[in-house]
Design a protein around this ligand. Sequence first.
Ligand SMILES: [Mg+2]
Length: 161
Amino acid sequence: MFIPTRAYRSILSVTPDVLREMGVRAIILDIDNTCTTHDNPVPIEGLMEWLDEMRTNDIKMMIVSNNHEPRVAPFAKLLGLPYVCEGAKPLPKGYREAVRKMGVKKRHVVTIGDQLFTDILGASIFGIKSILVKPIELEKTRLFKLKRALEIPLLPRRYRD
Ligand SMILES: [Mg+2]
């Protein structure tokens, strides 16, 4: 339930070749600490080029975030992607809506995210592939520190570059 299909250091390490190998044609993207840091309106360097490369390879993409509309909508617009906000991960609601809207089979979908207890557990419950990435920056709130501490024993030993 907490084991991702694969683990990479960064979303930017996930290439079209990797996705082909995994049989993936569509990606569900997390925002916070996957595409940028929390509350940051600017994506990490290289993300726009990464999105272009995915589009060139006919990979469908959609954002599913547990965050609220005012955070998610402008960021999704900047990336040029459709989105589901308040996705309630790890519940299947957001993932289900995204897969339906993208019109793809579940077996061709991967989610990319930084949290075991939302992104990866949600993918396992819903039955899609998952790629865990390292959080861009560790959170400072008490709740997040607790979540990250609980993740430690379950995290993969190795992340691919
Ligand atoms: Mg996240």
